[in-house]
Ligand binder design. Structure first.
Ligand SMILES: *Cc1c(COP(=O)(O)O)cnc(C)c1O
Length: 484
């Protein structure tokens, strides 16, 4: 229904004098003389004047034009767009926790500090690492922090080194983070299984290399089964292994990066641990390290002594602050509530179901969509449009057509090593029924590609807007309403 109504701008439904409230007549002067010229901005014209019904319907309709995880399946790969328990939002909204001023003295914030310390300890246990900083505000921010720790260590040894090795299957933020930290990125080729080539790594790993950045499972959803050998090669030349741990719902409760000889990693609390992400909302990308890097962690660190919590700023080797105050406290709270509610067995089950769901999709669509790498995957799988290309249908057409089926499209054109990629991460929160709806839609789209490719090339057909000029939309967004 909503798709056929053209929703005007709120300014276009405005008419003078309309209002959502009816106030009694003023019995005081409309403007106080003493404030003349001070409070009234005469240039502020054009506020929309609408009734309560109009404003409610307007924003409700706008909300219906979008897609959200409360509405349906969100198969975006490498994104962990999962359903998050609403209860944890409630916990984070509790006034006693949310209302604490960030500059409150330690004495008055003992409870908050204890919660943060508890989360640090749990994350150490889950990852097998020795210490955690909760400060970074996002995954990429955690990567940068991790690289800064590595750089600080090498500098303290007298040479920051020059290169960071990154596999060609890496998440795009990895090379950016290394580059911003002043390193030159060298690419490591994947082998035909989609994992790091040990020969290539051994050749590139020299004493000029500061670190290897590795995503495990990698962006193909494939576990780097040689991770310990990989770490040995890097360590032998005095380098560090940085692991991108954004995909922890493929590992948590089953195996630990710390046990894989990883030296430093970041987590995305706003993927794995109960904060929705996307839209630029608050996130949290804690960094976990082994003992050797602990002295370099951002200040302040939280210390506990005799049940009292204390913020320690006196850390001479620290890289300093990376975020105002202590990071995104409320995101930490949600993660803590989530971890405690699930417990160890629940976390393990989270991972098992995430992996099961991904393999269910991979098996169900195998043969219908092309799989460049068909080794078993963990939490995500990557198809391509190779079969549909024969009928002139691309991954973009397939994704656009999914919108007509009421589904969000998968990630496209990434990882770069799969041409025409369709990358799907179902996550553990999808039911068999929702997975089947997606699989059936993908099968139907494949049939359409053979029988009526034009239908796909012109999709979507029933959405509020049709196929947009995405380059134009990104380069010249229309953000301002002009009175006609
Ligand atoms: C999401 C993601 C990131 C980046 O996290 P942000 O919070 O978006 O900065 C990095 N690496 C991987 C593998 C990811 O999935």
């Amino acid at each position: 229904m909503i798709n056929v109504i053209r929703e005007p701008l709120i300014f276009e439904i405005s008419s003078p004098g309309k209002s959502g409230v009816r106030l009694p007549a003023l019995d005081v002067p409309e403007k106080l003389d003493v404030l003349e010229g001070l409070t009234v901005r005469e240039d502020l014209e054009g506020f929309p004047e609408v009734s309560e019904t109009e404003v409610t319907r307007h924003f409700t309709r706008l909300s219906q034009m979008n897609y959200c995880v409360d509405f349906g399946f969100y198969p975006l790969g490498s994104c962990t767009m999962k359903y998050n328990p609403k209860l944890n939002e409630k916990v984070a909204g509790m006034a006693s926790l949310a209302g604490v001023h960030p500059l409150a003295p330690e004495k008055l914030a003992q409870g908050n500090l204890e919660l943060m310390k508890t989360l640090e300890k749990l994350l150490c246990e889950i990852t097998g690492m020795d210490a955690v900083s909760l400060q970074p505000a996002a995954g990429a921010h955690g990567e940068l922090t991790g690289m800064m720790l590595i750089r600080a260590y090498h500098e303290a040894q007298g040479n920051p080194r020059k290169y960071v090795l990154i596999p060609d299957s890496a998440h795009g933020t990895n090379p950016s983070s290394a580059h911003i930290c002043g390193y030159v990125v060298k690419e490591i080729k994947s082998n035909d299984k989609g994992t790091i080539s040990l020969e290539d790594l051994a050749r590139e790993m020299t004493e000029e290399v500061a670190a290897l950045m590795v995503t495990n499972p990698n962006t193909l959803g494939v576990f780097e089964s040689d991770i310990c050998q990989i770490a040995d090669i890097v360590h032998a030349k005095g380098g560090f292994v940085y692991m991108d741990g954004a995909n922890l719902n493929a590992l948590a409760g089953i195996t630990r990066p710390g046990d894989m000889k990883v030296d430093v990693l970041h987590l995305n609390l706003h993927k794995t641990f109960s904060t929705p992400h996307g839209g630029g909302g608050p996130g949290s990308g804690p960094v976990a390290v082994k003992k050797i890097l602990e002295p370099y962690l951002p200040v302040p660190i939280i210390e506990e002594k005799d049940g009292q919590y204390h913020l320690n700023y006196n850390r001479p080797k620290s890289i300093g602050r990376v975020k105002s105050f202590y990071g995104q406290f409320l995101v930490m709270l949600k993660a803590l509530a989530y971890i405690l509610a699930l417990g160890p067995a629940g976390l393990r089950e989270m991972t098992e179901i995430a992996v099961l769901n991904s393999n269910y999709i991979r098996k169900s669509l195998d043969g219908i969509y092309h799989l460049k790498y068909d080794s078993p995957t963990l939490h995500e799988c990557v198809f391509s449009d190779k079969f549909q290309k024969d009928f002139g249908v691309s991954n973009l057409d397939i994704s656009k057509r999914l919108l007509d089926y009421g589904l969000h499209p998968p990630t496209m054109s990434f990882p770069l090593i799969v041409h025409g990629a369709l990358m799907i991460e179902p996550t553990e929160t999808e039911s068999r029924r929702d997975l089947d709806l997606f699989i059936e839609a993908m099968k139907a789209i494949d049939r359409e590609a053979r029988e009526n490719p034009e239908l796909l090339r012109t999709a979507p057909h029933i959405t509020y807007v049709r196929r947009l000029d995405e380059v134009q939309a990104a380069r010249n967004p229309v953000l301002r309403w002009e009175k006609k």
